[in-house]
Design a protein around this ligand. Structure first.
Ligand code: UT7
Length: 323
């Protein structure tokens, strides 16, 4: 017998304000056509002035708990992936914990930028299979609109705000690739690539900073490393690309998503794509896509799902799970 972390519920929240590509034509030397063809993005959501990452996270968490038919006091832990927490401390996770009325258990943030949700899932899985927690709420939430340089057309048109969440619960399982739940994880980082994608400020430099990216360099690493990590994770689970029902990739660029699927030998009708509506929401993009994919009727109980992501660090990884 083995224990697995099984998905019990999923949910998401997107801020009300939707910004179409055309909005950037007024202030920047860019076009809807360029943004659409180079990235696949058509629109994104931006948080309201008084709306913070923990606000978005709380709404997504409430939706996931409702979907699971659970209340917050049944949770043992909250793991929240973000690079845009409300405050330097406490963690956004403890702020969500308070907002949900959860006074037991523990909550903490994970920071691995766009790979954050994959890292958070891996952490939550480790807590569950080691017996440290039975039910864990895993959230990805971001307000990247707060770290954009609005004069830099090569970055500010690409990102958006949002949040998604999953509820995971321990379940006894046979220990085979047919089990439901998280089957394998592959995590990687290589700090030598810091300069390709970073924010040029932070607490210790006493500035907030803005996102800086050498997009075409990150692009090259992305297609190669994402297919590699997805295949490594599948191998660890005793599975291969042929077993995959859905790839749920980090939603940064449709060309990266297509390139990764092609390298894995999978058609685009096995890929959940939301980049056109959300833009790049960093750690929120995978749980948003999982939630939207389920709501669209794409992801069903028993489906084999592979999530994969890469971002600042560089940090990248994949999680294989049976829904
Ligand atoms: O989520 C974390 C991981 N991040 C990513 O995965 C992002 C990875 N990178 C990308 O998605 C793509 O590299 C971008 C969408 C950022 C850029 O696409 P690209 O095909 O790699 O374009 P490029 O950076 O090579 O730039 C091509 C041209 C440049 O002009 P020149 O030098 O050829 O004259 C840019 O200045 O496009 C220009 N450009 C723009 N033109 C119109 C850059 N941004 C814009 C813009 N509008 N918004």
């Amino acid at each position: 017998m083995a224990g697995r972390a099984v998905v019990r519920g999923v949910g998401h929240y997107l801020p009300e304000q939707i910004v179409p590509n055309a909005a950037f034509e007024k202030t920047l030397d860019t076009t809807d056509e360029w943004i659409r063809t180079r990235s696949g993005i058509e629109r994104r959501h931006f948080a309201a002035k008084d709306e913070t990452t923990s606000d978005l996270a709380t709404r997504a968490a409430e939706a996931a708990l409702a979907d699971a038919g659970m209340t917050a006091d049944q949770l043992d832990a909250i793991v929240l992936a973000t690079s845009t927490a409300d405050l330097t401390f406490p963690s956004a996770a403890t702020m969500v914990q308070a907002r949900l009325g959860m006074t037991n258990g523990y909550a903490f943030d994970v920071q691995a930028v766009c790979a954050g949700f994959v890292y958070a899932l891996s952490n939550a899985n480790a807590l569950i299979v080691s017996g440290q927690a039975k039910r864990v709420l895993v959230i990805g939430a971001e307000t990247f609109s707060r770290i954009m340089d609005w004069t830099d057309r090569s970055t500010c048109v690409l990102f958006g705000d949002g949040a998604g969440a999953l509820v995971l619960e321990y379940e006894e399982a046979a220990g085979t690739p047919q089990d439901r739940g998280i089957l394998s994880v592959d995590l990687n980082s290589d700090g030598r690539y810091k300069d390709l994608l970073y924010v040029d400020g932070g607490v210790s430099t006493q500035t907030t900073g803005h996102l800086r990216m050498q997009g075409n360099q990150v692009f090259r690493h992305a297609v190669e490393k994402l297919a590699q990590t997805a295949e490594t994770a599948l191998g660890k689970a005793g599975l291969s690309s042929a077993d995959v029902d859905w790839i749920v990739p980090h939603q940064a660029n449709i060309r990266i998503i297509q390139g990764t699927a092609k390298k894995m030998g999978l058609p685009m009708d096995k890929v959940v794509v939301t980049v056109q509506d959300h833009g790049n929401t960093s750690a929120a993009s995978i749980p948003l896509a999982l939630s939207v994919g389920k709501a669209r009727g794409q992801i069903k109980t028993g489906d084999l799902v592979v999530t994969e992501a890469i971002g600042g660090g560089l940090a990248w990884g994949a999680v294989v799970l049976r829904w």
